[in-house]
Write a protein that binds this ligand. Structure first.
Ligand SMILES: *Cc1c(COP(=O)(O)O)cnc(C)c1O
Length: 232
C-alpha cells in the first residue's frame, strides 16, 4: 500500500518536473511520516524513500534508532529552543527556523558539537496568524544576522502554503517565494547558499515544482490520512 502510493507520488513528481522543463534529480521527495508507525516507514524505505520528514523532536528520537542508518531525517516542524540540543547532529536539515533566537541556539549547540548545521528559514508568505515563520519583508535582515553564525549554514527557504481546495490558489505564494529566493541568491551573501526551496505538500506539490521547489514534503499522499489534524 505505502509502496504503491510512494511510487505514484514519485511518478507525479517526475511528470511535474517534465512539464516544468526541470530535471527529476533537482527535486527531492520527502516522505512526511509524522504520527505514522515505524512499520509504515519501513515500507516506504523498501520502496526507495531515504528522506523522511518529522515535526516532533520526540518522534525523531524514537524512530531513528529503529530504522536504517542511511535515512536522512528532516526536521520540518516548529522547534522549541529547549529541544535544539536533542536534534542538532541527528537531522540532515532543519527546515523550520523561524526566529533569530532559534538560530542562535542552533549555533550554540552546533559549536559545542563542532559541526555546522544546515538550515532553512521558514517564511510565512501568506501571513497566516496560525503559522510560524518570518514575514517576507523581515526575512532578509534575519538572514543576514543568522549568516554571521559560523556553525549554522543557511541553505535556502521553506514555506507552508495555506490549506486550499484548489492547488492553483497557492501558485502565487510559491511564485513569490521563488522570486525572493532568486533575489537573495543573486546577492551572494557570505555563508548563505540558497540552493534549497522547500515548498509543496500533498495537495499542491505539483504546482510548487512548477514554480521552482527543490524539496516537496508529502505525508498523506504516501502514508494516508492522519488521525489527528496537525497543527502546524
Ligand atoms: C504534515 C506536514 C507536511 C505534509 O502534509 P500532507 O498534506 O500530509 O502532505 C508537510 N510539511 C509540514 C511542515 C508538515 O507539518
Amino acid at each position: 500500500m505505502v509502496a504503491e502510493r510512494y511510487h505514484a507520488i514519485q511518478a507525479r513528481v517526475e511528470s511535474a518536473c517534465k512539464r516544468a522543463g526541470r530535471n527529476t534529480s533537482d527535486v527531492t521527495l520527502i516522505a512526511v511520516s509524522k504520527t505514522k508507525p515505524v512499520k509504515l516507514l519501513s515500507e516506504a524505505y523498501e520502496a526507495g524513500a531515504r528522506d523522511f520528514g518529522e515535526n516532533k523532536v520526540q518522534e525523531i528520537l524514537e524512530k531513528y534508532p529503529l530504522l536504517p542508518a542511511d535515512i536522512r531525517w528532516h526536521m520540518i516542524g516548529h522547534l522549541q529552543t529547549n529541544k535544539v540540543r536533542q536534534v542538532v547532529g541527528r537531522v540532515c536539515l532543519i527546515h523550520s527556523v523561524d526566529s533569530v533566537k532559534l538560530a542562535r541556539e542552533i549555533e550554540k549547540e552546533s559549536s559545542k558539537q563542532d559541526i555546522v548545521t544546515p538550515i532553512l528559514l521558514e517564511v510565512n508568505v501568506a501571513r497566516e496568524e496560525s503559522k510560524f515563520g518570518f514575514f517576507l519583508e523581515d526575512t532578509e535582515s534575519a538572514l543576514k544576522e543568522i549568516a554571521a553564525f559560523p556553525h549554522v549554514n543557511i541553505q535556502g527557504l521553506m514555506t507552508i502554503a495555506p490549506f486550499v481546495e484548489n492547488a492553483e490558489e497557492n501558485r502565487h505564494i510559491f511564485r513569490k517565494l521563488y522570486q525572493f529566493f532568486i533575489d537573495i541568491k543573486s546577492k551572494n551573501v557570505d555563508n548563505v547558499n540558497m540552493n534549497v526551496l522547500s515548498m509543496g505538500m500533498t495537495g499542491d506539490f505539483e504546482v510548487a515544482i512548477e514554480e521552482g521547489a527543490t524539496m516537496v514534503r508529502v505525508g498523506t499522499g504516501i502514508f494516508g490520512e492522519r488521525q489527528i489534524r496537525e497543527n502546524y
